[in-house]
Ligand binder design. Sequence first.
Ligand SMILES: Nc1ncnc2c1ncn2[C@@H]1O[C@H](COP(=O)(O)OP(=O)(O)OP(=O)(O)O)[C@@H](O)[C@H]1O
Length: 564
Amino acid sequence: LEPYMDATDESSFLQDMLMANSLHVLIKLHERLQRFNTQKPAPVQEHAEHLAHQVMKELHALEARPEIKELMHVLSKPHVQDLLSVHDSVAQNDYEPRLPLLAADDDEDEEDSVRIIQMMKSKEPLGATVKRDKSTGALVVARVMRGGAADRVGLIHEGDELREVNGVLMQDKKPEEIIPILAQSDRAVTFKVIPGTKGQLEPDNTEVFVRAMFDYHPEKDSAIPCKEAGLEFWRGDVLQILSQEDDTWWQASRVADANPRAGLIPSRQLQERRVVLRRPEALFQTSRALTTNSVDADYVAIHGIHMAGLRRSFRLSKKDHRRQEMQAKWKKSEVDGENHISSYQEVVPYVRQPGEPYRLVLLVGPSGVGLTELKRKLLLSDPEHFGVAVPHTTRERRRRERDGVDYHFISKHAFESDILHHKFIEYGEHGGKYYGTSLDSVRKVLAESKVCLLDVEPDAVKLLYTTEFKPYVTFIKPPAIEQLRLSRRKARILASCDEAKPTRTFMEADFEEMINTAQDMEDKYGYLFEKIIINDDLATVFTALRAELKKLEKESNWIPKIWP
Ligand SMILES: Nc1ncnc2c1ncn2[C@@H]1O[C@H](COP(=O)(O)OP(=O)(O)OP(=O)(O)O)[C@@H](O)[C@H]1O
């Protein structure tokens, strides 16, 4: 305090100030912040958004309980997704300005001109891989990931020679030695490159979309040139192929991703080679002939709705095996190449135009899983909108049965002639009588502008795998055995032919068989399934299936590009 000032005034002012509550609060706050700063709180994880996406993906397959639905609803909210995205940005310290170009020296005419590229450092990977050129020994850019940082800056191209990184000469350096150099720099990264002769890549095949037929986890793939550059995906995901330049590693992004940054995926060639080398016999078995077995295809008329065609009359059952030659085999040339089973199926977006027939809804699943029940519920929910095909039979017409409504009653001779002319999707024999569903009976339902519900053995799906039917193949899968026991306590299934009564309750062996058959079907025919639904709680599953079919009718969906 200056001596000429009024010391009393000053000291009372100082005393007031030091005693003030607000100052004390400020000091406490300061101390807290200091403590907080020294503790350096670390995020539990940096990829909450990705984790939420994965959780949603896994829950999507379940779609059963209300808690799951609620969680899916919460996670799909834009606010929650934004919140997770912000969390990740903070966790990754990713709040630097993005990629402004600070300096560039690009005298394009001079072949050996050195280009200086400066980029702001961020947590985002550079999006380029580097290799040593065998002939010159120089470090060159091997690959620029589409949509990545380097690609967006647009000044680093495949084939460019790296001369310096942050002032460090790259001569005699190994590709992996660049990483610590990049890590050391604080904010900006400077590259000195000699532009390669290859120049900028033209985007190729940007409109190629494929459905993945396998799960891929780059971190488990020892062959991928750079694990961080890999794109993780699951069977059924639709991918956009952004580059097929490299025969072994394609670049792709997941269509459903909010941030469609390109990643490396195994090329079709590589994946198919891998699968063939791994287990050739499992994938390329010859198709099994349809086993036919029958319990009479009795119909039930409920509230005046004719349910003919609801119950399969030629149901495959392991207990009553009687094999019969199926009239049509998978025609290799007619489908999207059997080799695509193990890799990618090319798909295109499809939206049904007004007046066009609906996609044929094919339900596939092991016997007893609930195909008939789901079809019945759908049919009852909207008989004007859903329909089932009327089957053919050679058995006698019964009282109250109407020809062409309950069955098409035809002679044995006519039936056998139809078999020879490949008119049936499936047929079987029981008690010396034929039963079958014809292609024409399906066409008739579609021509009435109804959604045709059909359940078939997976073998028969291939027959309907055409542009004409555009089948939406839904696999109805049993839940885990404990849940089967619980949910099917009161259910009844068709009995074997040896048993006196036509139906009986489920036994433990039925559950085991159902689960095993489902697994076999999924292994062998999984590539045909567009949707997998676990038949757990019937009401929830029905609602989910109904919603799924509504979505299918209205929204754009992905269908194979090559349907015969
Ligand atoms: N989610 C479920 N919960 C409880 N019971 C179910 C469920 N789904 C189906 N059921 C019952 O299981 C029994 C068998 O179902 P359903 O007849 O639909 O099987 P399916 O797949 O058509 O097999 P199949 O053609 O051999 O009869 C029926 O009594 C049905 O009501």
